[in-house]
Design a protein around this ligand. Structure first.
Ligand code: FAD
Ligand code: SIN
Length: 542
């Protein structure tokens, strides 16, 4: 499909989509790498709106006196349940140290104890290695990175600018079509970096803000990118469960500091499920909570920190304290009602350790990408670290690539994918609802073959009834951010379900009740999905 009916077009050298930690860090690296290169950062909401902004627990980094890079690598590989990419993990852990030091140099006001950051504990870490700013690490990180971006004259920022489709010609990416303040614009670029974050909003219970609708994964897939590990969606064990309140995250650090999970009857239960109790891996804790919920018929369990000193609670978890207080809870004396919620996407656009996708001129970093650092299950607080390390790598490499593109962009030949669709405006709410209900029921904390087949059929039915080809210009129904997001959610939901159906075993965050065991003989491999090909596998070394 060609784009001649969109009359507004602009050019840039390096185009970055998304303003979370990955996109911001990529923009800074691109601007620092090549002085003659101009950088445009486009983001669909406000500059500071992202998953990053809401991160609570902190950033994992092997900087404590009793810690080593090897231990951090080992913990990450164990959490990843055997399918991490070791080289990608080693790069993240090693480069994480200078990336976090640099954040401190830029003014990140993390909690400090003597001459070192105050490291906290989170599940499945063998050391206290999480640097943090109370329970608002994401806000602090965002503020520092945004300040750096705003101070860099060569980075142009476009807010309320929604990337609709990736433009390609002969297997190379030439930018995107975007809705800028609602108007369609062709943004041509020598190189494009997708840093659009995750997809928690495909589920009705999620810690993620509204922007997390999987747009980048969907657009990349339609443009011919390989997706990998799409079956691995992480559910955080503890999101707030109160009528009228959002699923606000109750950080894992609360359990790291001694918080205890109890049932409606006041009994602790985690010891029944894992020797590490409340600090067992996230998938184990989420399944345990869901099991207790199913058994009791009560919609939540409780997290209890009332045995901790009141001053400590207020000082260590100010955001959680203030937010729960707004809903009538005083966590110094009240237990907190919690249940699991969709939190993080381990899979995504397949990239190598240089942040390159299989489409030339298209890079990806952060939660939208999958280098393999998280395997089947992400270790707490490794995501912000990944964003800083691979964001910087993406920006540096993309800027270098842009400098090799001497002929400039070739907008006339570039096109959006033939399969680009949108959802009719009057069907957007219904579609979102159907996707969320069916994913929660069948593609959530537990899956089975029958449920996954049912979901695939439902998604197919919805797509046939509601999707129309993307209409550009004056003819047909106009596309909006809402209609495009719904189409993206549909594409991504189908990819997650398809991958979950293929993996007939349980591993990490992917739990199949019909195949409850991990099967290293058949499944020590990773699934790749590409729009125009049958699924492929990467066999992993043993
Ligand atoms: P994001 O931060 O989500 O940024 C994506 C950006 O892309 C946003 O600006 C968004 O508006 C923009 N965007 C999306 N689609 C489009 C489009 N079509 N066009 C234009 N722009 C678009 N991880 C940790 O390591 N430690 C923690 O303590 C931690 N706590 C968390 C707490 C919460 C509540 C949540 C939700 C996540 C937490 N995580 C944590 C996970 C971590 O925050 C995220 O994985 C990480 O911040 C993702 O960063 P990102 O830059 O890849 O994406
Ligand atoms: C949390 O604070 O529990 C979230 C940490 C993470 O997702 O890494």
């Amino acid at each position: 499909m060609h784009n001649e009916r969109i009359t507004t077009s602009e050019k840039t050298d390096v185009l970055i989509i998304g303003s979370g930690a990955a996109g911001l860090r990529a923009a800074l690296a691109a601007a620092a790498t090549a002085p003659g290169v101009d950088v445009t950062l486009l983001t669909k909401s406000a500059l500071k709106e992202s998953n990053t902004r809401y991160a609570q627990g902190g950033i994992a980094v092997a900087m404590n006196v009793d810690d080593t890079l090897a231990l951090h690598v080992q913990d990450t590989l164990v959490a990843g349940a055997g399918i991490c990419d070791r080289a990608a993990v080693e790069a993240m852990v090693a480069e994480g140290v200078p990336r976090v030091s640099e954040l401190l140099d830029w003014g990140a006001n993390f909690d400090w104890e003597g001459t070192l950051p105050r490291f906290t504990q989170e599940a499945a870490h063998s050391r206290r290695r999480i640097v943090h700013k109370g329970d608002a690490t994401g806000r602090e990180t965002t503020d520092v990175l945004v300040q750096q971006v705003v101070n860099t004259a060569r980075i142009r920022v476009l807010t309320n600018a929604f990337a609709v489709e990736v433009l390609t010609a002969e297997g190379q990416c030439y930018g995107v079509i975007a809705l800028v303040e609602g108007e369609p614009v062709l943004l041509h670029a020598k190189v494009t970096i997708l840093a659009t974050g995750g997809l928690g909003r495909l589920y009705p219970c999620t810690s993620n803000p509204e922007v997390a609708t999987g747009d980048g994964i969907a657009a990349a897939w339609r443009a011919g990118c390989e997706l990998i590990d799409m079956e691995f969606v992480q559910f955080h064990p503890t999101t707030l469960c109160l009528d009228g309140a959002p699923n606000f995250l109750i950080s894992e650090a609360v359990r790291g500091e001694g918080g205890q999970l109890i049932t409606i009857r006041g009994e602790r239960f985690m010891e029944k499920y894992h020797e590490l109790g409340e600090l067992a891996p996230r998938d184990v804790v989420s399944r345990a909570i869901q099991n207790e919920i199913n058994q009791t018929g009560f919609p939540c369990v409780y997290l209890d920190v009332t045995h901790k000193p009141a001053d400590f609670i207020v000082e260590r978890f100010p955001t959680i304290f203030e937010t729960t207080q707004r809903y009538g809870l005083d966590i110094r004396i009240d237990v907190i009602p919690v249940r699991p919620g969709a939190h993080f996407m381990m899979g995504g656009i397949r990239t190598n350790t240089e942040a390159e996708t299989n489409v030339r001129g298209l890079y990806a970093c952060g939660e939208v990408a999958c280098t393999g650092v998280h395997g089947a299950n992400r270790l707490a607080s490794n995501s912000l670290l990944e964003c800083l390390v691979y964001g910087a790598r993406a920006g540096t490499n993309a800027a270098a690539f842009a400098q090799t593109q001497t002929v400039g962009v070739t907008p006339a030949d570039s096109h959006i994918p033939d399969t680009a669709t949108m959802v009719s405006a009057d069907k957007v709410d219904d579609i979102r609802h159907t996707i969320r209900e069916t994913l929660w029921k069948n593609v959530g904390i537990e899956r089975n073959g029958e449920g996954l087949q049912e979901t695939l059929a439902q998604l197919q039915e919805v797509a046939e009834a509601a999707c129309t080809p993307l209409s550009l210009g004056d003819e047909g129904e106009q596309y909006t951010q809402g209609t495009c997001e719904a189409a993206n959610m549909l594409d991504v939901a189908r990819c997650i379900t398809e991958a979950a159906l293929l993996r007939t075993e349980s591993r990490g965050a992917h739990y199949r009740s019909d195949f409850p065991e991990r099967d290293d003989t058949a499944w020590h491999r990773r699934i790749i999905l590409t729009r125009d090909k049958a699924p492929q596998w990467i066999e992993l070394e043993r």
